[in-house]
Design a protein. Structure first.
Length: 180
């Protein structure tokens, strides 16, 4: 093996499972913190705030924030699959963000309708702004938070994972149609 082949081989390594889990951990942490802030800010737009005790409200905030993390992870995975790139926030941030936002908005619209009108798991306070019967705040949540998460991820990833987190040849080879 000559030096050129050795360098090519080293530069086309795929992401390890540990690398992937580290990136998922960062995405999850960002999702938890930002969604907990959002959930805390908009809890008064739901009837829960007026009818439940503080312990129930606190539990609901934690429960909803953890649910938001699961949604964010599912959308992260969806973007990774569609873009064929596990570290899409670093390599393909615009396309990945568009996938996450559009998918999360679709899921949120369905989930809000289902939980408010079909099964009654929660209800909107009368001052919740509505778009076609769906709360504006949860829609804005998934319009604003994913781009914010991607921006923060892109800022932190090089510090946490090293320079290779930015679109290395290994991470783009499938996008170009090259086989291993």
């Amino acid at each position: 093996m000559n030096a050129a082949n050795a360098m090519s081989s080293a530069s086309t390594r795929t992401m390890t499972t540990t690398d992937l889990f580290a990136r998922l951990g960062l995405w999850s942490a960002l999702a938890f913190v930002l969604n907990l802030i959002w959930e805390t800010a908009h809890v008064r737009l739901y009837t829960l705030w007026a009818v439940a005790d503080a312990k129930t409200v606190a539990w609901s905030l934690l429960h909803c924030s953890l649910g938001d993390v699961l949604i964010a992870l599912a959308m992260f995975a969806l973007a990774g699959i569609l873009l064929w790139h596990a570290d899409w926030p670093s390599a393909r941030p615009v396309a990945g963000t568009a996938i996450v936002v559009s998918s999360a908005l679709g899921y949120t619209a369905w989930s809000e309708w289902y939980n408010v009108y079909s099964v009654g798991n929660w209800a909107y306070a009368e001052h919740m702004p509505l778009i076609s019967g769906i709360g504006l705040s949860p829609l804005l949540q998934w319009l604003i938070l994913p781009p914010s998460m991607v921006a923060i991820y892109r800022r932190l990833a090089p510090m946490l994972f090293g320079q290779h987190s930015r679109s290395s040849p290994a991470s783009t080879r499938y996008v170009r149609g090259e086989l291993p």
